[in-house]
Design a protein around this ligand. Structure first.
Ligand code: ADP
Ligand code: MG
Ligand code: ZN
Length: 475
């Protein structure tokens, strides 16, 4: 029997607000335990939550970009459960009236992934297990950090599709400035709901939900493992139990965490402390107007307008700030092909050498545009330009000043080059004779010598022309 895997994802994303969802505490990652807390996010009796408008805005931007219908009125509900990472013993979430519904994301392979809903909620704290002392410690810094939870329809079939969906989601949310989506810091966390069914069947099988998936690689492996486990169980005449599993990346297997609870277990009810969120048409129109051009549209445009390859377009749009930097270069008159080469080569190289994101890059487009223009005008050769690039990158230095101060202008003055050529030919009669005897290799050697003579600053084309002339016209 062949089995088809069916997957739906629940993804939690931390919003890039400065303050928490219902209090003014910072959302900064890390910090000494329990220093980013106040009576509100600690759930002290008598406190009242006050909704962070910026979180609503980011959530609504995300919902719009994912094609959701944004509810004119959405509400907050309490999800009740007892666990030591949740001091209030309930999480404020949206259950009956979520912010967004009925969205869709189309993957490059044509798969349309339905977005069942997108809602706002607060994060819980973290438990730190100190095995040495046999203690579990609670850090409430993360309590109340704003999250959106994005729930897909069970439209995914393979691990590759899951990764493609998550990459698209991450890219979209980063472009919008909604979240930094750093899996290693937990600002994007994904739970995988998975079932299998006989190929061709249209009914859904019983599913499990896997948690603790901390990287794309863990997600891929967990999917393969769980699909295999369920298929083997069914083949052997067994049944899948609906439950929540915890992926163990060290051991490469999933273990039962708890029986899957359903909505009734959470005793959801409307939070009486919070008024409904009302978003009118003008507000949503403003958000739509602020939406930047997203990566897929840019990729298509780069290929269409500038004849860049799909790979180059993908590299250039990998970060919004990088794409904007590249586009700014072209707007300053740099030919797109050259701009692309510099951005994908030197710029990305410099960023990665510094472990820096494009958004933090000190170098500005006019500086690089000027540098590229100097190469185009024959005033700098490419190698010298790379040296200048490295020198001006960190402080966005002045290219012309640097070139002048270090005497780096390219020598294309024919007389100066001719003089150097004559020196070299006089000093190296052997290679010159070799060349005349037909050994083309000797030519490269002589070019190198002339370049050295001119401190690497000669225009290669001029050196080649004059050297050939002299070699062929003087015996
Ligand atoms: P709950 O809220 O109880 O976790 P939902 O019905 O909202 O359950 O579904 C949660 C996630 O599980 C969704 O992403 C959904 O697409 C997915 N899902 C639901 N049923 C199945 C199934 N039989 N196989 C795989 N995924 C499923
Ligand atoms: Mg759920
Ligand atoms: Zn607080």
């Amino acid at each position: 029997m062949t089995w088809e895997t069916v997957i739906g994802l629940e993804t939690h994303v931390e919003l890039a607000t400065a303050a928490k969802l219902f209090c003014a505490c910072t959302t900064a990652f890390g910090g000494a335990p329990n220093t980013h807390c106040c009576p509100v996010c600690m759930g002290m009796p008598g406190t009242l939550p006050a909704l962070n408008a910026r979180a609503v805005e980011l959530a609504a931007k995300a919902a719009l970009a994912l094609g959701c219908t944004v509810a004119p009125v959405s509400r907050f509900d309490r999800k009740n459960y007892f666990y030591p990472d949740l001091p209030k013993a309930y999480q404020i979430s949206q259950f009956y009236a979520p912010l967004g519904r009925n969205g869709a994301v189309e993957l490059d392979d044509g798969t349309v992934v339905g977005i069942h809903e997108l809602h706002l909620e607060e994060d819980a704290g973290k438990l730190v297990h100190d095995r040495g002392r046999g203690q579990t410690l609670a850090d409430f810094n993360r309590c109340g950090v704003p999250l959106i939870e994005i729930v897909t329809e069970p439209d995914l079939r393979t691990a590759d599709q899951v990764i493609a969906y998550l990459e698209r989601l991450r890219e979209t949310l980063q472009y919008l400035g909604v979240s930094d989506c750093k899996m290693q810091e937990g600002s994007l966390r994904c739970d995988v709901n998975l079932s299998v069914r006989p190929a061709g069947s249209t009914e859904l099988g019983v599913r499990t939900e896997m948690k603790n998936l901390s990287s794309f690689r863990a997600i891929s492996r967990a999917i393969a493992w769980e699909a295999g486990r369920q298929a083997a169980l069914l083949e052997a005449g067994g049944q899948v139990t609906q439950q929540t599993l915890r992926w163990d990346e060290d051991r490469q297997l999933a273990l039962a965490m708890r029986a899957k609870e359903d909505a009734r277990d959470y005793r959801y009810f409307p939070d009486p402390d919070l008024p409904p969120v009302e978003l009118d048409g003008a507000y949503l129109d403003r958000l739509r107007g602020e939406q930047p051009e997203l990566a897929p549209a840019r990729r298509a445009r780069y290929q269409r307008d500038w004849a860049l390859s799909a790979d180059d377009a993908a590299t250039l749009t990998g970060q919004r700030a990088l794409a904007e930097f590249f586009e700014a270069l072209t707007a300053l008159g740099t030919p797109p092909r050259q701009a692309a080469n510099w951005v994908m080569g030197e710029v990305l190289g410099a960023l990665s050498a510094r472990g820096m994101e494009a958004a933090r890059m000190p170098l500005t487009p006019p500086t690089l545009a000027r540098l590229i223009a100097l190469v185009g005008e024959g005033k700098l050769n490419r190698n010298t330009a790379v040296r200048v690039f490295e020198a001006v990158f960190d402080a966005d230095g002045d290219v012309d000043e640097y070139v002048k101060a270090h005497g780096l202008e390219q020598v294309s003055d024919a007389e100066v080059v001719a003089q150097a050529v004559e020196h070299v030919l006089a000093a190296c009669p052997g290679p010159a004779a070799d060349y005349r005897a037909g050994k083309e290799k000797a030519f490269g050697f002589l070019v190198g010598q002339v370049m050295r003579e001119l401190r690497g600053q000669a225009a290669p084309a001029v050196v080649h022309r004059i050297l050939r002339e002299k070699l062929e016209h003087t015996p």
